[in-house]
Design a binder for this molecule. Structure first.
Ligand code: CTP
Length: 220
């Protein structure tokens, strides 16, 4: 299959030296891309700024902002069978980006922000029904109810709910403990394990779901 994976944070600059971002390191998204490649899929990675080097034999496009990730995902989506939106996309950006470093005495004590484009909401409007869309929910509380809400609201086939309040899971850790929820409401809780193992379970679900889609299509 052709699989597009997004990974890492985005950065929303205020000036050339300051930005808004988040704690994502890209490890989960890179693990998914790597496992998918090892299974013989044709993988494209769109990555925010991370310190991991690009995996061998994966086409990796590096972006900085949510808008750049949005534009590239929408451009590449028509050619894809699967999109895994693992990136922690910034939800807000400064209204203005200064070309020069802002001097502190000239700065206001409040920072005007505007919402960034929601990539999965845009994807929902243009996706084909047979494309498989996987999203993540990074939460600190009420994890499953927020995840279910995002699954419905953003038209995903599968959501990976992630408790990022734990130090051994989520941002920066080599391990993760997640719950997979699919659009039928089926739930699969995965205990703490390496991000590579979690990536394998996510891809197991994607591959099984793709087989069902093809089986249904051939019955018609
Ligand atoms: N996402 C996206 N575009 C955005 C923000 C998030 O496509 N501008 C995607 C993420 O990649 C993830 C999913 O939406 O797969 C859920 O992201 P999350 O940040 O948990 O949810 P939000 O919709 O941003 O909601 P909130 O910040 O209120 O939790």
């Amino acid at each position: 299959m052709k699989i597009l994976v997004t990974a890492g944070p985005t950065r929303e600059h205020l000036d050339p030296v300051r930005f808004l971002s988040n704690r994502s390191t890209g490890k989960m998204g890179y693990a998914i891309a790597d496992v998918a490649r090892l299974r013989g899929h044709d993988v494209q990675l769109i990555s925010g700024p991370v310190s991991i080097s690009s995996p061998a034999s994966i086409v990796c496009s590096r972006i900085t902002t949510a808008q750049e990730m949005h534009d590239l995902v929408l451009e590449q989506l028509p050619d894809m069978d699967v999109l895994v939106m693992c990136a922690a996309v910034a939800d807000w950006r400064p209204c203005e980006v200064s070309r020069h470093k802002l001097k502190k005495n000239a700065m206001q004590s409040t920072l005007p922000l505007v919402r960034t484009a929601d990539i999965l909401e845009a994807v929902q409007r243009i996706r084909r029904p047979e494309q498989i869309i996987v999203g993540f929910a990074a939460e600190t509380h009420d994890i499953l109810s927020y995840a279910r809400d995002k699954l419905d609201r953003k038209g995903m086939d599968l959501i990976v709910a992630n408790d990022v309040s734990r130090s051994d899971a989520g941002f920066g850790a080599d391990s993760n403990a997640v719950t997979l929820i699919d659009k039928t409401g089926a739930i699969c809780e995965l205990p703490l394990q390496s991000k590579h193992e979690v990536a394998k379970k996510i891809l197991d679900w994607v591959e099984l779901h793709a087989q069902k889609i093809h089986a249904n299509a051939s019955l018609r």
